[in-house]
Design a protein around this ligand. Structure first.
Ligand code: SF4
Length: 446
């Protein structure tokens, strides 16, 4: 039975030592109650607490990590079926398949391209997350070479796919410090579990049906393997949609432990539109990892955009870094515009300044990602906050001009701002970003 935050708090040490990463035992208890933390994160929890909390404190979908360092991919730990109920915590990881049977030059060039392919969209850097290295029909040597190339030329996490135990063991030796995952395409054996235990890797368990998946997961759990990812095969798109929904629902609504793991979807379609459809359904419906059959920039770009839209938290505005931006090639005498750090506002304003053909400085204030009028109404875009920010970024040391162009929608703050920024002239700009080019032409702005 689920315990409340207060009931869980009573079982914790109450020392507020912060070692679990939150400031107080009460805050940690609340996270446990919401299944957003694991009791194992408190090193001081007593045996009694562990026994009492047990399954009640476990997140319904286990958090699994592939890779190491800043580029490691974390999947799982989700608590809701729909984003608007709270949020999704970890976005789907995109993996790209590379086959050891391809020639070496092509493999190295693909690995390098995948490593460097980054899309900058609405202030975020979007990229693929994992390499799926398949032995395919190749021999052990070719497989090990592929693993070596990935280690040398990529920082991404790795999934290994081989039916040959000897090749797999040797591959895991190469990646022993890199926390890879191993893909098992069929039945599982004690040998797989031994390998996973000795090397501390995650196992991706495949099932042809709910029953076979469940039985293989139970075997793995009995063998003491907990870092699992589930791959339930589906004959068509409809079944893929249905299967993933049933697995997620079983984990969240029924607390059904055998299905309480992140899901993986293999995209094996022959043609481009089918690949796109299958990957998109996986993204929309609960795949924590999607394995793409090849490196295809057009497919990746589209999936990046879809993924960003699905996994952006609607409760948190998308923001850009608050700082002084250069638009074009400004000199110290170039005009200075002002706006807030709501991504959409920033991209509209900076884009229109660029369209005007003027090089300028753009002061982007920290307004917690709110748009101009919202930030002003919330007291985050006032004469005082703007003047404070301008002093923090040392604007006066970076520009010679002393004229600041503020958004037309907040003309009412111009007097206050002039008072708070002695020596500056405040020029009220246009209301809509689209009018910036004509504003620049009609007014002396520098
Ligand atoms: S680590 Fe344990 S004792 Fe320390 S604050 Fe967190 S819950 Fe409390």
């Amino acid at each position: 039975m689920a315990l409340s935050g207060l009931e869980i708090f009573k079982l914790l040490p109450k020392t507020n030592c912060k070692e679990c990463g939150v400031p107080t035992c009460m805050a940690f208890a609340m996270k446990l109650a919401q299944k957003k933390a694991d009791l194992g994160e408190c090193p001081h929890a007593s045996e009694e607490a562990r026994a009492a909390l047990g399954a009640a404190s476990k997140p319904p979908i286990r958090l699994v990590k592939i890779g190491v360092g800043a580029r490691a991919l974390e999947v799982g730990n989700e608590t809701v079926m729909f984003r608007h109920e709270k949020t999704f915590f970890h976005q789907t990881g995109l993996a790209i398949r590379l086959n050891a049977s391809e020639d070496e030059e092509t493999l190295v060039s693909k690995i390098r391209e995948i490593e460097n392919y980054t899309v900058d969209r609405v202030g975020e850097q979007l990229k693929a997350d994992l390499l799926f290295l398949s032995q395919d029909e190749a021999g052990k040597d070719a497989f090990l070479k592929l693993i070596g190339f990935a280690k040398e030329h990529s920082t991404k996490g790795v999934i290994l796919d081989s039916r040959d135990r000897e090749s797999l063991t040797a591959g895991l030796e190469i990646l022993k410090a890199d926390r890879p995952a191993v893909f098992l395409s069929g039945d599982v054996s004690d040998g797989d579990f031994e390998l996973a235990k000795n090397r501390s890797v995650s196992l991706i368990i495949t099932g042809e049906s709910f029953e076979s998946l469940e039985s293989r997961v139970e075997k793995a759990k009995k063998a003491g393997i907990e870092d699992l990812i589930l791959n339930l095969k589906a004959p068509d798109l409809g079944r893929q949609f249905q299967n993933n929904t049933i697995l997620r629902r079983s984990a969240l609504k029924k607390n059904y432990e055998p299905f309480g793991y992140p899901l993986l979807t293999m995209v094996e379609a022959e043609n481009g539109p089918d690949r796109m459809a299958k990957a998109s359904v996986g993204l929309c419906k609960y795949a924590s990892i999607i394995v793409l059959p090849r490196y295809d920039k057009a497919l990746l770009y589209t999936l990046f955009a879809l993924r960003q839209n699905i996994f952006t938290d609607p409760q948190k505005p998308i923001q850009v870094e608050p700082k002084l931006y250069s638009i074009g090639d400004p000199t110290p005498e170039s005009p200075v515009f002002l706006t807030t750090n709501f991504s959409l506002t920033f991209f509209l304003v900076s884009g229109e300044i660029e369209n005007s053909g003027t090089s300028a400085h753009l002061v982007v204030c920290d307004c917690e990602g709110q748009s101009v009028l919202t930030a002003w109404a919330a007291g985050k875009f006032t004469g005082e906050t703007i003047a404070k920010f301008i002093r923090e970024i040392k604007l006066e040391e970076q520009v010679k001009t002393r004229r600041l162009i503020i958004p037309g929608f907040v003309s009412q703050i111009s007097g206050d701002l002039e008072e708070k920024l002695p020596g500056w002239e405040i020029l009220v700009g246009c209301q809509e970003a689209a009018d910036i080019p004509s504003f620049v032409k009609s007014v002396s702005i520098a």
